[in-house]
Design a protein around this ligand. Structure first.
Ligand code: XIL
Length: 394
């Protein structure tokens, strides 16, 4: 209804605006030669127009990335002593005001869920598509949020022109270098840190086979770090992987690589543990892994946190309050263990998106999991409340 009224005001204004553009002040107050009734009419039209334009703005929410979103209530970012982040989906950030507001209220770090992957940013050899990633960066800047870049080099999300590329070893090195350096220099000073290489190891600790390993051998990892550092020496550079929050040979292989990099001066700043974990995961294992990773003397990022609850349950299952509390307890244990590593190593914890409604676990695997801190309606879950109350600034 209100919207209709607002639109009507706009139409009225159009009828009355003949001399509006020609002479703005006269359009507001009427011309000196105008009769009293016309002048009165002109002022009324002006007031109606402005109230309707304002009303229209309130009714139709078109968020602009450059303007900051004001949120009064405190969120996780206000109670935690380390950065707290979320992966963000560009479509939601552009179009969903509730999503956007929740991010500003709760988080002080964001990661592009997909918008900075190879195929998103560099779809053709000489074509770079910046608009989505730039939007995220602008949104972050306007709201005082850190941006973590994800991800420069990975076995997945490589466009066809890369997987079908033919060339010598030098050509492949140039391809890698051009990609890494174009992206890092575009975002220099705007993106604080990068997942330089993602998921390079198998569970058994061997290098994962991928186009980069095939063409350049394991040195592709080191090259990517060196190229990124050349372009932005201030950016923090991470190696990121999954499925090692409980230890194992993959963790060992990553630690060996990190120690070797440090020894040889390869510019690595930290390790990312994705931690797409499950409610059954033992607290003690996670705590031990965090201590072990911290002992390597690098920053630690829990980079894609989820606590899945659905394991081996029928697709129709929903999150009951008992399971929600178990999930909350797992989140608490993870945050608490994280808080115990030395402060300078606490790069932050990032959840993989914001609400269950948008989780990768729901959208991709379609198994109706409920792994995040906000529910299907963007309302805080027990896990969020427990973190707000029980994990305090240290
Ligand atoms: C996922 C996104 O969440 C999905 O939207 C996309 O379809 C596939 O990739 N490890 C990573 C992330 O490093 O980039 C992945 O993100 C999830 C697993």
């Amino acid at each position: 209804m209100l919207k209709g009224v607002a639109v009507r005001f706009d139409i009225l204004f159009l009828f009355a605006s003949n001399n509006f553009c020609k002479n703005f002040p006269f359009a507001i107050l009427g011309t000196p030669t105008m009769g009293f009734r016309m002048r009165y009419f002109s002022i009324i039209i002006f007031l109606l127009y402005f109230s309707s334009a304002y009303g229209t703005q309130l009714l139709i929410n078109h968020p602009q990335s450059e303007s900051s979103d004001t949120v009064a209530e405190p969120g996780l970012k206000d109670v935690l002593s380390f950065p707290i982040g979320a992966a963000v989906k560009i479509k939601l950030l552009r179009n969903n005001a509730v999503y956007r507001k929740l991010i500003v209220q709760q988080f002080n770090s964001i990661t592009a869920e997909n918008a900075m992957k190879f195929n998103s940013l560099h779809p053709e050899p000489t074509v770079f598509r910046w608009s989505d990633a730039d939007y995220i960066v602008d949104f972050a800047k306007a709201n005082n949020i850190r941006v973590h870049g994800h991800t420069l080099i990975w076995s997945k999300f490589n466009p066809k022109w890369v997987t079908e590329f033919q060339g010598s070893r030098t050509d492949w090195e140039n391809l890698l270098k051009t990609h890494v350096q174009s992206i890092v220099s575009h975002f220099q000073g705007k993106v604080a840190s990068w997942d330089v290489v993602n998921e390079a190891f198998e569970d058994n600790g061997n290098y994962k086979s991928c186009i980069w390993l095939e063409k350049l051998g394991p040195s592709y990892i080191e090259l990517a770090f060196r190229y990124a550092h050349e372009c932005d020496p201030d950016a923090l550079l991470f190696y990121n992987d999954y499925g090692h929050e409980f230890g194992g040979r993959k963790l060992q292989a990553i630690l060996n690589m990190a120690k070797d990099f440090k020894r040889r001066g390869v510019p690595i700043s930290g390790l990312g543990l994705q931690m797409h974990t499950v409610v059954r995961m033992e607290d003690a294992k996670i705590a031990k892994t965090l201590r072990t990773v911290a002992a390597a003397g690098l920053k630690v990022h829990i980079s894609e946190l989820e606590v899945s609850v659905r394991y081996q349950k029928p697709a129709s299952f929903i999150l009951d309050s008992n399971l929600a509390l178990q999930q909350a307890e797992k989140y608490r244990a993870i945050f608490q263990a994280y808080q115990s590593i030395p402060k300078w190593q606490q790069f932050g914890i990032t959840t993989w998106n914001v609400a269950d409604a948008d989780s990768f676990r729901n959208s991709k695997i379609k198994n109706h999991d409920f792994p995040l801190l906000f529910d299907l309606n963007y309302k805080p879950k027990a896990a969020h409340d427990v973190l707000m109350k029980r994990i305090r600034k240290k």
